[in-house]
Ligand binder design. Structure first.
Ligand SMILES: Cc1cc2nc3c(=O)[nH]c(=O)nc-3n(C[C@H](O)[C@H](O)[C@H](O)COP(=O)(O)OP(=O)(O)OC[C@H]3O[C@@H](n4cnc5c(N)ncnc54)[C@H](O)[C@@H]3O)c2cc1C
Ligand code: SF4
Length: 482
């Protein structure tokens, strides 16, 4: 432990964000990186508490107290090497992870937690700057071929791990570029795409083959896959959007969040969208239905496109701002999240709102009929029943409605159907404890297995799947099961 009194000397330094008036005019990152000296001061706040719950809170088990100590003492290379042992893409999690670790920080019991996520960013970006990042190059290969379907964080972490132990890895991706939701879901103002490209270039240089523009199950049959590869990992994500099948749903101007965000990301990357397919918020009254992170990304994007106003509604009640008895420390609490997108521009947020009807004019969406709801406890357990508050109906004017109400399951058409894979109760691919599906040699990981989740869980799943795939192919493995 570097400085036993660090947490007494320094307050938590809040993330520095660029001024709102500046950042809403562009898609550059909303945050400003802090100096190495500031990171060292912040790392010195880590108490080395003995039982590091932060390590438990992090889904990939990052060695947080250890690298905080190394940062404090200026041992940046060692800090990076430790981080590299557990996280294939720290430069990505360090930008967009909700930092479950920080909610489990022991200092957080009676003070502000250590800025773990930003310390992670400082370590990895310093490693890139100083040339600490080495290519894992191999002279011998095992001769085993593995196909990975999907190039999101799950597929990429699985590929990275399997390549390290000498398998010949091919990643198939149906989009024109690699990255999954990192590229086409998450907006640039949260994660710039050069960060993804920089990592993909490293993976390519290390020997991983990428085949983009190939929709497996359509352009490349599952039977061919089975013939050509010794093992397969399905990492195709969970993208079937939840719909709102109420009166007026057929009106023009109502879109799924991913249709909107994919297009917005492509435009930021310089692609031109044909006019008749363009979804643009410029000058429009935008209503985002769904109060989660995807909805928040739509709010930030709509404000950057100069929407005339943005309203975001959510069916569930407003979450608490501080921990409640339901979510005691060190659990990850369901708290009210005010994202950087919410702080920009005039977004009005409403909770406990039911969407009842889309109302149009000449076939276009004009307004939305809503009502307030309340949740009444119906038993001693946490079960409650939703009831519409009588006489509470109201209308919201909107000429662009974005549905951001979640994703139900992976797409079944194509690969899953052709392989006749067993599914779990929620419609995700069912695997055993070793990540193997109901078909021998075919594994599944990430959102496709666990449902829409987080990047850090995708990385965890990809790494774990690689552990079991290597065991399956070689009889034993040196890859970690995290
Ligand atoms: C808008 C949005 C914002 C988000 N923001 C955050 C955030 O800030 N922080 C965070 O931690 N998480 C965030 N998430 C969640 C996170 O992005 C996902 O949990 C994560 O990307 C899942 O990784 P994955 O690799 O399993 O799937 P995906 O990232 O969905 O990648 C799956 C890939 O498989 C490809 N594919 C599918 N089927 C085939 C096929 N048959 N052939 C070839 N390719 C195929 C798809 O094209 C896709 O590229 C966000 C999600 C969304 C939707
Ligand atoms: S990956 Fe996420 S949970 Fe893990 S240390 Fe980084 S910010 Fe924390």
């Amino acid at each position: 432990m570097g400085d036993p009194k660090g947490f007494l000397k320094y307050r938590r330094q809040a993330t520095a964000y660029r001024p709102v008036c500046e950042r809403v005019k562009d898609y550059s990152p909303v945050f400003a990186r802090r100096s190495n000296k500031e990171s060292q001061e912040q790392a010195s706040r880590c108490m080395d508490c003995g039982t590091p719950f932060c390590h438990w809170g992090c889904p990939i088990g990052n060695y947080i107290p250890e690298w905080n100590d190394l940062v404090f003492t200026g041992q940046w290379r060692n800090a990076f090497e430790l981080l590299d042992q557990t996280n294939n893409f720290p430069e990505i999690t360090a930008r967009i992870c909700p930092a479950q670790c920080e909610y489990a920080c022991v200092l957080g019991i009676n003070d502000d937690p250590v800025t773990i996520r930003e310390n992670e960013l400082a370590i990895v970006e310093r490693a890139f700057e100083m040339g600490f990042i080495r290519l894992h190059l191999l002279h011998t290969r095992t001769g085993k071929k593995v196909a990975i379907i999907g190039s999101g964080p799950t597929g990429l972490s699985c590929a990275s791990q399997l390549n390290k132990v000498g398998h010949e890895v091919t990643v198939f991706e149906r989009d024109d570029k690699v990255g999954g939701l990192l590229r086409y879901g998450i907006p640039d103002f949260k994660l710039e795409k050069w960060v993804v490209d920089r990592r993909v270039n490293i993976l390519t240089d290390e020997g991983i083959k990428f085949r983009t523009g190939v929709n497996v199950g359509d352009d490349y049959s599952a039977s061919k896959l089975l013939r050509n590869f010794n093992a397969i990992c399905l990492a195709g994500g969970s993208r079937v959007p939840r719909d709102l099948n109420i009166e007026g749903r057929e009106l023009k101007g109502i879109y799924f969040a991913m249709d909107y965000l994919v297009q917005a990301n492509k435009r930021v990357a310089g692609e031109t969208i044909p006019h008749n397919k363009l979804i643009d918020a410029s000058g429009k009254k935008v209503l985002v239905i769904g109060g989660g992170d995807t909805g928040s990304d739509c709010v930030g994007t709509a404000n950057r496109q100069n929407a005339s106003c943005v309203v975001q509604i959510e069916l569930l009640p407003k979450p608490p701002e501080c921990r409640t008895d339901e979510y005691p420390w060190p659990s990850y609490p369901m708290l009210l999240k005010t994202s950087t997108s919410h702080e920009e521009g005039a977004v009005e947020r409403k909770w406990s709102v039911l969407t009842k009807k889309f109302i149009g004019e000449n076939g276009n969406i004009k307004k939305v009929l809503c009502a307030e709801v309340e949740f009444l406890k119906i038993d001693s357990k946490a079960c409650s029943e939703m009831r519409e508050v009588p006489g509470s109906e109201f209308e919201i004017e909107a000429d662009l409605v974005i549905l951001a109400i979640g994703f139900t399951q992976p797409e079944k058409k194509g690969l899953i159907t052709e392989l006749e894979l067993r599914l779990d109760d929620r419609g995700n691919i069912k695997t055993d404890n070793f990540f193997m599906t109901s078909k021998k040699g075919i594994f599944a990981a990430g959102d496709m297995r666990r449902g829409q989740s987080l990047v850090v869980w995708a990385v965890s799943d990809g790494r774990r799947a690689a552990h079991y795939i290597d065991s399956y192919l070689m009889g034993s493995t040196c890859l970690p099961d995290v």
